[in-house]
Design a protein around this ligand. Structure first.
Ligand code: RFL
Ligand code: PHB
Length: 394
């Protein structure tokens, strides 16, 4: 088989890149290790920045998001027992965010790809990337016991943190920056009405909590838990009891509980790979970087990475210019480090770092108190939360 771009991974990055390239008339094949229902079963991000919603509109998959997604003009921060609203709209001259689950984004992109008759190979095993340091890269894989080869011009590594692309880059050419946090997030999804019409981020001596949502009838909640906790230790009742302890009395009273639809523990990590380009192979999304989910930046960064990549590839094919692909890494990394900084900082002021002693909690309270009483502090939170414009750094 021959194509222009082989995309590894059919998560949000790979699927969005596929649609952007299709719109530009560039051929691509997507190889995905899992089955479609497995990809759709992963419950992850919930908040989209305006830039990400505009990209989904640009590729023509925004209709259901605008009909079913929830537009939020603010969120609450709860500490010391008191809730404070971050008025995103007022603090950022009218910017808002969209609450629409990653599962739905993925489904809309998958449906569009199928409708356009574009090739995706699910359950592609043993995917390997070759010769990306030449002008004729190849990708090999196995499907139903048969070996296949794709000859292409470029390889897009959209294969997440545990993918094959980053692992195939020469060790001498790659630098990785990593911070692993000493706790994880235990998430629970339930068909219960959200406790509040907007999100609540909670700093509590027992640990961080987050009240999020997927719709007016579906809630997503998170609890900070030790990394040593196992999911079997957390019955639904234990989850709800712990969440109530971390909420303010009004929210605890209002909380509607119910059986979990999904429950999982995710570790928290800050991670960046430099560079994101190795000859004719590019890394995009979680393949190149991970943020702790506190700032809701993971999916949004993935969307902007692939927009920059598609721009660079369009420039290559239509103008015969390599300037875009040469600048891809630097272009993405500027934005990535900004989001990494915010996600790390927001994580550090909202979580319980017991190892760092009682002083850490006191300093957090002082910082949060300062932020809530300073216009500059509130703006810092708001402008980072709604995200940077696409042309940031130009
Ligand atoms: P994905 O979604 O991981 O998709 C990568 C795809 O590549 C496939 N793959 C391969 N295919 C073929 N051959 C191989 N060798 C392959 N290796 C991997 C995988 O099966 C998969 O389908 O990365 P992508 O597309 O870059 O999208 C990024 C987002 O998924 C990610 O940034 C966010 O979900 C991060 N994230 C969260 N972000 C938020 O903004 N808010 C959240 O609440 C939030 N929760 C999370 C998260 C990420 C998690 N991970 C990665 C463990 C919770 C979890 C558990
Ligand atoms: C979610 O709804 O899953 C979600 C929302 C906001 C975050 C992280 C996760 O910061």
């Amino acid at each position: 088989m021959k194509t222009q771009v082989t995309i590894i991974g059919a998560g949000p990055s790979g699927l969005l890149l596929g649609q952007l390239l299709h719109k530009a008339g560039i051929d691509a094949v997507i190889l995905e290790r899992q089955r479609p229902d497995y990809v759709l079963g992963r419950i992850r991000a919930g908040v989209l920045e305006q830039v990400a919603t505009e990209l989904l509109d640009e590729v023509g998959v925004g209709e259901r998001m605008h009909a079913e997604g929830l537009v939020h003009g603010g969120f609450d921060m709860l500490f010391n027992g008191v809730r404070h609203r971050i008025d995103l709209e007022k603090l950022t001259d009218g910017k808002k965010v969209m609450v629409y689950g990653q599962t739905e984004v993925t489904r809309d992109l998958m449906d569009a790809r199928t409708a356009a008759g574009l090739p995706t190979v699910y359950q592609a095993a043993n995917v390997q990337v070759h010769d990306f340091d030449t002008k004729t890269p190849r990708v090999t894989y196995e499907k139903d016991g048969q070996s296949h080869t794709i000859d292409c011009d470029f390889i897009a590594g959209c294969d997440g943190f545990h993918g094959v692309c980053r692992a195939s880059a020469p060790r001498s050419a790659i630098k990785e920056y990593e911070k692993v946090y000493p706790f994880g997030w235990l998430g629970l999804l339930s068909d219960t009405p959200p406790v509040h019409h907007e999100l609540i981020y909670v700093n509590h001596p027992r640990g961080f909590a987050l009240c999020s949502q997927r719709s007016e009838t579906r809630s997503r909640y998170y609890l900070q838990v030790p990394l040593t906790d196992k999911i079997e230790q957390w019955s639904d009742d234990a989850f709800w009891d712990e969440l109530k302890l971390r909420l303010d009395p009004e929210a605890a009273e209002k909380l509607v509980t119910g059986p979990s639809l999904e429950k999982s523990i995710a570790p928290l990590r800050s991670f960046v790979t430099e560079p994101l380009r190795f000859g004719r192979m590019f890394l995009a999304g979680d393949a190149g970087h991970i943020v702790p989910p506190t700032g809701a930046k993971g999916l949004n960064l993935a969307a902007t990475d692939v927009k920059y990549l598609s721009n660079a590839l369009v420039e290559f094919y239509s103008e015969k210019s390599e300037a875009g692909i040469d600048g891809y890494s630097e272009r993405c990394l500027k934005r990535i480090w900004r989001a990494e900084r915010f996600s790390w900082w927001f994580t550090s002021i909202m979580h319980n770092f017991t190892d760092e002693g009682a002083i850490n909690g006191k300093l957090q309270q002082a910082e949060l108190d300062y932020l809530m009483h300073s216009e500059a502090g509130l703006k810092t939170i708001a402008e980072n939360y709604v995200g940077l414009p696409l042309n940031f750094g130009e």
